[in-house]
Design a protein around this ligand. Structure first.
Ligand code: FAD
Ligand code: MLT
Ligand code: ZN
Length: 471
């Protein structure tokens, strides 16, 4: 192995091959501190050619590679195993924006660009790059593509997959696939781009991408609305979909229990709605017409909702800073959960028509089988995506609760998801957390096809092995 380390040092320069435990450590534990691994070395290439050469050297030495972007994965996708024999390849030095093409409305980026910097670059030229998630200050575009990240604008603009037109990928053999075309139509056989998107580093290493841009909206109105139950929340969503159509850019749901946890850790995040509503919904409308036009539409829809008795209270943000504080409240739930201690994450999608039944039945089963358990349920309701996270009863040690009950709780939720024809991973991916659940969820045929693809593209099994599927 020393031979490989020496070769990598010659290729990249010694300072970009980390072997010291302290230097490696930030790359080896995930954001939630749920997974910790070991690595032979952490390597930090600057160019696509260097990535390709690293893969060639590792393939020759039969050493596996774990690609990593911002290390914000929720399912341990970017954490190596504990053998100490894998190489962690961080894309963070590959952070150049190669081009912003105004006429084609595209931006061409290296994989290590931080999402927020891409949004800012686009905005500076009057464009919107619509991907937006709580981790945007540290997650990277390569990681977003590798996980097909969702976030808060999916309702209007789609997942990361929908925003991507072209990719550059280093294959398991160390070849460079140049698929960097910014085309909106291209029916030339199998779609390799879509194969790599969402593959979580198991089929290739994404080094660059061509992403879509949109005109920057000129008016945006944000409101917080109180509802009594999930049925009226869905009725409210349907009303907004019908009346606001494509102006509806965000529809996020937070339960009272989620917001209480928020307030416990971040008292400044108090809910401005009166009387602790069962559900608080954050709704955003954006448009290219005047502020007045959108405001009037929002007020008219809310009036209709009050008349139909599907909302009990509403506050419209009076300025940008209040709108930001509504979003902060929503984004802080994840941070409050992290402060509270370990919890069990369920990132699921349920068809909207079954969501009410799912929540009622699953809440009931959960509370009966695990008395006192805290259900931190919130998420991108407009997409049917719940973050149905489970925290132990107050006063119970989270680590031992999870050791005792993690398997059974995941099995309970997964069974409910299957009954409702949902998905066990809406946007976070499979990684190592859900590896063991995938076969049952997808079915044997789909699972075998996935394994066949993995074996065909990475026969040596050196790209992020034992994540997503094991071969
Ligand atoms: P990493 O965590 O570094 O890696 C994720 C996976 O992609 C790993 O399997 C890794 O091996 C692989 N990978 C990374 N880079 C590459 C590459 N260049 N080529 C090939 N494979 C690669 N996710 C959502 O979808 N929606 C949300 O709303 C959301 N909110 C979040 C809020 C917070 C506070 C946090 C901490 C996370 C959130 N996430 C969310 C999860 C996470 O941010 C996303 O999955 C994100 O896309 C991961 O990007 P990353 O750069 O951190 O990737
Ligand atoms: C979010 O939407 O804030 C994250 O994806 C959710 C989570 O913490 O589970
Ligand atoms: Zn989310």
């Amino acid at each position: 192995m020393q031979n490989l380390i020496d070769q990598l040092g010659q290729l990249l320069g010694q300072q970009f091959v980390l072997t010291d435990d302290q230097e490696k450590s930030p790359y080896l534990t995930d954001w939630r501190k749920r997974f910790t691994g070991k690595a032979l070395a952490v390597v930090l290439p600057k160019t696509t050619t260097e990535v390709a050469q690293i893969v060639q050297l590792c393939a020759a030495a039969n050493v596996a590679i774990v690609p990593q972007g911002g290390n914000t994965s929720f399912c341990g996708g970017a954490t190596p195993d504990d053998s100490g024999k894998q190489i962690l390849l961080s894309l963070k030095r590959m952070n150049q924006i190669r081009e912003l093409d105004v006429a084609n409305q595209t931006i061409t980026l290296e994989a290590g660009c931080i999402l927020q910097s891409v949004q800012e670059k686009a905005a500076a030229q009057d464009f919107l790059f619509p991907l937006s998630l709580g981790a945007e200050g540290s997650c990277m575009i390569g990681g977003n593509l590798a996980t097909n990240a969702g976030g808060t604008n999916v309702l209007r603009y789609g997942n990361t997959r929908d925003l991507c037109l072209g990719l550059e990928v280093v294959t398991a053999k160390g070849e460079i696939w140049d698929g960097m075309k910014g085309l909106r139509k291209d029916n030339t056989g199998y779609d390799l781009r879509d194969l790599f998107i969402g593959s979580e580093g198991t089929l290739g290493i994404i080094t660059a991408a061509v992403m879509k841009l949109y005109p920057l909206p000129i008016s945006q109105w944000t409101t917080l609305v109180a509802t009594q139950d999930i049925a009226s929340t869905i009725a409210l969503l349907n009303l907004f979909q019908k009346r606001a159509t494509s102006l509806l850019t965000g529809f996020e749901m937070m339960t009272q229990e989620s917001l209480e946890l928020n307030e416990k850790h971040f008292p400044q995040m108090a809910n401005p709605l009166k009387g602790k509503p069962a559900y608080t919904v954050l709704i955003e409308l954006s448009d290219h017409e005047s502020e007045e036009h959108v405001r009037q539409l929002l007020e008219a829809i809310l009036e209709e909702a009050f008349k139909a008795n599907i909302v009990t209270d509403a506050v419209i943000a009076s300025n940008l800073s209040q709108a930001n504080s509504f979003w902060q409240m929503r984004e802080h739930i994840t941070l409050a959960q992290a402060e509270e201690g370990a919890n069990l994450k369920n990132d699921i999608t349920i068809p909207l028509s079954s969501l009410d039944r799912f929540i009622q039945e699953t809440d009931h089963l959960m509370r009966t089988q695990y008395p006192g358990v805290r259900i931190i349920n919130f998420g991108h309701l407009g997409d049917g995506n719940l973050h149905y996270n489970i925290a132990p009863p107050l006063g119970v040690d989270a680590k031992s609760f999870n050791v005792d009950h993690e398997k059974a709780i995941y099995a309970l939720v997964n069974a409910q998801v299957e009954r409702c024809k949902g998905s066990i991973s809406a946007e976070h991916g499979i990684g190592q957390l859900k590896l063991g659940d995938l076969r049952d969820h997808k079915g044997v045929v789909a699972h075998d096809l996935m394994k066949a693809l993995k074996a065909a593209l990475d026969p040596q099994n050196i790209l992020n092995p034992h994540k997503v599927v094991s071969i």
